[in-house]
Design a protein around this ligand. Structure first.
Ligand code: ZN
Length: 258
């Protein structure tokens, strides 16, 4: 799009006296510097005057009408409805053209708002489809993690008996935690494992209760946690089923390096 095409719509609005605010200022500035837009504006003004003056005649000058219409048509917009003119009186003719001009201004404004709404709608659509995609992915991951019929295999060095193992994946900025346990020994009734977030300083924070299934597997997904805690490591204790506020010794498992 050239600079002049960009101003074509504004020129017609300006000629009709309907351009306001920043757009008016920008156009006036451009017209001052640009001979071709200045000429275009003069022609448009001439066309409009001619149409108003000749309203009593049998028809407005075809050339003027044509040029005004094509100036308007340079931007995509809704079809413009031009009212049928009354030929009986000059006054009616003038009213007809005034109404036509009003309809044109209205159509301009609609076309303009329409274009900007279309752009916004397009942007929102692409954002929505992106989010739908991400949500779909997240659901699939969670479904796989939580599937009761999933096959869970812990791989260990050959000829080593499987050891209890816990894996914690923690994202501090989102207070998001996924913990997966495998080969955990079963517990006496009324007892459960409790996961603890051990912060850089301060007391351990409860991070979910779990009981291993028949194969010793368990999972904790996004337990309630305070926001933004930096974790030094994670630990596991055996607690009463309802959980404890502070860990009961001994710690049965502890993050490596914690
Ligand atoms: Zn120009």
């Amino acid at each position: 799009m050239t600079v002049h095409e960009q101003f074509a719509e504004d020129l017609a609005l300006y000629a009709l006296g309907a351009l306001q605010g920043d757009e008016r200022v920008a156009l006036e500035k451009h017209v001052e510097e640009c001979a071709s837009c200045r000429l275009e504006l003069q022609q448009l003004r001439g066309d409009i005057a001619l149409m108003a003056m000749s309203a009593g005649g049998p028809a407005p000058p075809a050339r003027a009408r044509q040029r005004l219409m094509s100036a308007i048509a340079r931007e995509p917009r809704m079809p413009v409805a031009v009212p049928v003119r009354s030929r009986r009186r000059l006054w009616w003719g003038f009213v007809g053209w005034a109404a036509a001009a009003a309809v044109l201004v209205f159509a301009f404004t609609l076309g303009r708002e329409n274009a900007s709404l279309r752009r916004e709608l397009g942007a929102m659509r692409s954002l929505l489809s992106q989010q739908t995609l991400e949500l779909g992915e997240a659901r699939e991951i969670v479904a796989t993690l939580k599937a009761s019929d999933s096959m869970r295999v812990t791989l260990v060095a050959a000829k080593t008996p499987p050891q209890p193992q816990g894996k914690a994946i923690y994202v501090r900025d989102r207070s998001s935690l996924i913990f997966m346990a495998s080969n955990f020994p079963s517990l006496p009734p009324q007892k459960a494992y409790e996961l603890w977030l051990i912060p850089m300083s301060g007391a351990p924070i409860p991070a979910g209760m779990f009981k291993p299934d028949a194969h010793g597997g368990a999972m904790v997904i996004n337990p309630p946690l305070p926001a933004g805690i930096e974790a030094r490591t994670f630990a596991i204790t055996i607690e009463p089923e309802q959980g404890s506020a502070t860990p009961t010794m001994p710690i049965v498992m502890m993050g490596v390096g914690g």
